[in-house]
Design a protein around this ligand. Structure first.
Ligand SMILES: [Zn+2]
Length: 238
């Protein structure tokens, strides 16, 4: 195993995790004009989003705002580093690795934002669709036709479910599955949807059994869909 690659995975994973924290803090608020001061103050310092050193050296106190940091930021950074290292071991130094890192960060950000705001943001989906379409020209990922077919199948299946379910599924979820389908292509999209559905069903049962949800509670699907996509990512490349 390549020591240098693992080291760059740790570093890139940490940088990526901070980017996810930044995205989760800033992007959901970007349209609310009233929250502009909060957006500006959070944009001012990198230290607020790349938090791991403050857990080691300052007992979780942010050097930027002097507040005790929440648990989400370091969790995201650690998960991201772990994900990057696993992916580096799986793919080695290939184009697929770089793309899988990027897609992994996107899915991580979608998951965090959906947990915290129950929304899948258009401001993330539209650029993601454009980037995925461009990257399909590179080797090691679904090629343009598979990419388009995957996106169409994912979007189509979920649009149908949304129409049948009359509001049980948001359009954000439908568009997210479209982007996921583009990422993993066809037939990968079928695996991603199946895994996402199984995880979603297990998650719903756990929530019902622990009485943290009733049958009428809206369930956040995006994290399950993202998890299904994340698992399917591992089948990409050669
Ligand atoms: Zn701070």
């Amino acid at each position: 195993m390549n020591f240098g690659l693992v080291l760059s995975a740790i570093l890139s994973g940490w940088i990526g995790g901070g980017l996810v924290n930044w995205a989760a803090d800033i992007l959901p608020r970007i349209r609310d004009r009233q929250e502009k001061p909060a957006v500006e103050s959070a944009t001012r310092s990198l230290a607020h989003h790349w938090t791991l050193p403050w857990y080691f050296f300052r007992r979780g106190i942010c050097p930027h705002c002097h507040e005790r940091l929440g648990r989400r930021s370091p969790t995201v950074e650690i998960v991201s580093i772990g994900l990057f290292v696993l992916m580096a071991v799986h793919w080695g130094a290939t184009p697929t690795l770089a793309i899988a890192w990027l897609y992994g960060l996107f899915l991580l950000a979608v998951t965090v934002i959906d947990f915290e705001h129950h929304r899948v943001l258009n401001i993330m989906l539209a650029p993601a669709a454009i980037v995925v379409a461009g990257l399909s020209l590179l080797p090691g990922v679904p090629q343009p036709l598979d990419m388009l077919l995957g996106g169409a199948v994912g979007f189509g299946v979920f649009l149908l479910l949304a129409i049948i379910g009359r509001g049980a599924l948001g359009m954000g979820d439908v568009k997210l599955v479209g982007v996921i389908g583009m990422m993993v292509g066809y037939p990968g999209v079928l695996t991603a949807l199946a895994v996402g559905a199984i995880l979603g069903a297990v998650g719903a049962l756990v929530l019902l059994a622990s009485r943290r949800a009733t049958r009428k509670t809206a369930i956040a699907y995006a994290p399950y869909l993202a998890a299904g996509a994340m698992i399917t990512l591992w089948t990409l490349g050669g």
